[in-house]
Write a protein that binds this ligand. Structure first.
Ligand code: NAD
Length: 484
């Protein structure tokens, strides 16, 4: 069977890449090769930037309400194709069907949020700001923005940026993750059918070289990046060097605090979904449980019991609760962390190594893995594993839990499980993370709130989605006038 070679979308047309270098896109549950993705050339990046620049003046001058109407139509088309996109997502990324449907819903919510662009983009004004002086501040688009996407949410993460940037009147280039480029192509196909003017949105396949070419290109005004912190830091530095706006969302190490008064009947299922949903490959996945006081023993037992019953397998099967991790290389990385946990003296309560679901011998599976007797200084308690491997640390009180969270280099999310308003309020006031959950295991802000962390989880100051996105994708021009 011949495998399709993916095309770029430039200036309103699907075009073959001239590149001689390709990577294979594989289904992580089966190892099946789904497509070949080109590592596009610098010339191809240049032609996408030129298309985006050419489309900018007219798009910028299109009334915000008219721009919003394209997104109303896009929403309808994405709803029609909802199941097709979700299934594509399962095949390329490996999350379960339910998780994929949730992701596509979240992607569409970003489109819905941007249909309010006429109100979202409004500026401010003040009559008599000084004697006989009126002052008006308007928001204007800036030009061409590019987005570099990670593998773990191929339908949703690019949509944290694309609709906001484009609704604001900018033009856009997306570089999907080379590991999972298929969903984004489906979304661009829908945009093409909606009839966005040629050049307003463009897609260029590739990996690091394409990312660098976009960052260095003088025709690109700003870069949105989501990926590992080591890369985010580098992108932030590099984009700043080229004088660009940049927001670089990085990795995470997320702590779940369980207080002695938590209702374990409700808490344990939330912990399981947080830690093992999407095979632990969420930037909001719980990674370390901080069990406060006497909750440590019963919690260990209940979490191990629930995790050991998770059904691992081909995520296209509706009954499967956990799919594979993204690649063989990533499996090896996660397995190294399990070895390291053992070497550093943690106690392995549940071992997910060697889990091979029936009929999936070529898939990249790791079962739920749980360490107890973990200490905060251990590697598995500090570094992002990004797989279904968690640790449980016994802590004396909330104070100690907050100290462990503070000492960690990341600051994406943290959650507390408690029946005490006082503990919850203390946690909200002091936890050094930007997305907090109270009796919620995945604290994911919806599209009208900002998404992003602090410390090593975000390089830049403006986050994704919500008003932060409007800030990032516009310049505020202030006009000071004296007519009277
Ligand atoms: P990654 O950093 O390997 O890749 C992200 C993107 O950057 C890809 O498009 C890739 O082609 C490109 N890239 C990789 N190395 C590069 C380099 N040296 N220079 C320029 N570009 C480069 O990330 P990933 O493994 O695809 O994604 C997983 C990571 O993303 C995890 O760390 C996860 O926590 C993070 N993530 C964070 C958030 C958030 O909201 N903070 C959301 C989703 C994922």
């Amino acid at each position: 069977m011949t495998v399709e070679t993916l095309r770029n979308y430039v200036g309103g047309r699907w075009v073959d890449s001239a590149s001689l270098n390709h990577l294979e896109v594989t289904n992580p549950a089966t190892g099946e090769v789904l497509a070949r993705v080109p590592l596009s050339t610098r010339e191809e990046v240049d032609s996408a930037v030129r298309a985006a620049r050419a489309a900018y003046p007219e798009w910028r001058a299109t009334a915000p309400l008219t721009r919003a109407r394209y997104f109303f139509r896009l929403k309808d088309l994405l709803e029609e194709r909802f199941e097709d996109i979700a299934r594509t997502l399962v095949r390329e990324e490996g999350k379960t069907l339910d998780e994929a449907r949730g992701e596509v819903r979240r992607a569409i919510e970003c489109v819905e949020a941007t249909t309010g662009i006429p109100s979202l983009m409004m500026g401010t004004c003040l009559e008599d700001a000084a004697k006989d002086i009126d002052t008006v501040a308007v928001r204007q688009p800036i030009g061409v923005f590019a987005m570099l996407a990670p593998f773990n949410f191929p339908a949703m993460v690019p949509m944290w940026f694309l609709p906001f940037a484009v609704a604001c009147g900018n033009t856009f280039i997306i570089k999907p993750s080379e590991q999972v480029p298929l969903c984004q192509m489906k979304i661009l196909e829908a945009m093409d059918e909606v009839g966005f003017p040629p050049g307003v949105v463009n897609l260029v396949h590739g990996a690091r070289d394409v990312a660098e070419a976009l960052i260095e290109h003088p025709g690109v005004n700003g870069i949105s990046f989501v990926g590992r912190s080591a890369v985010a830091r580098q992108i932030y530095r590099r984009a700043a060097e080229f004088g660009k706006r940049v927001q670089a969302l990085g990795g995470a190490k997320n702590f779940l605090v369980v207080m002695p008064d938590a209702d374990l009947g409700r808490t344990v299922p939330a912990l399981i979904t947080s830690c093992f949903g999407c095979a632990g490959e969420r930037c909001l996945s719980g990674s370390v449980i901080l069990a406060v006081g006497e909750t440590y023993d019963p919690l260990q037992r209940r979490v191990v019991d629930a995790a050991s019953r998770l059904r691992v397998g081909d995520p296209l099967d509706e009954t499967v609760q956990m799919g594979p991790v993204i690649s063989r290389r990533h499996t090896e990385r996660v397995l190294r962390y399990i070895d390291q946990g053992l070497q550093e003296g943690a106690k392995l309560l549940l071992d997910g190594r060697g889990v091979i679901p029936a009929g999936s011998s070529n898939g990249y599976f790791i079962g739920a893995t749980i360490f107890a007797e973990v200490r905060p200084e251990m590697t598995i308690a500090r570094e992002e594993i990004f797989g279904p491997v968690i640790g449980i640390i016994p802590v004396r009180d909330l104070e100690e839990a907050l100290g462990i969270i503070r000492a960690n280099e990341y600051g994406n999310t943290a959650c507390i499980f408690t029946e005490s308003g006082r503990s919850a309020a203390e946690f909200v006031y002091r936890a050094e993370c930007s997305m907090l959950g109270i009796n919620v295991g995945i604290a994911a802000p919806m599209a009208f709130f900002p998404f992003g962390g602090i410390k090593g989880s975000l390089f830049g100051d403006l986050k994704a989605t919500g008003r932060a996105a409007i800030e990032f994708f516009t310049d505020t021009k202030v006009v000071i006038s004296r007519w009277r």
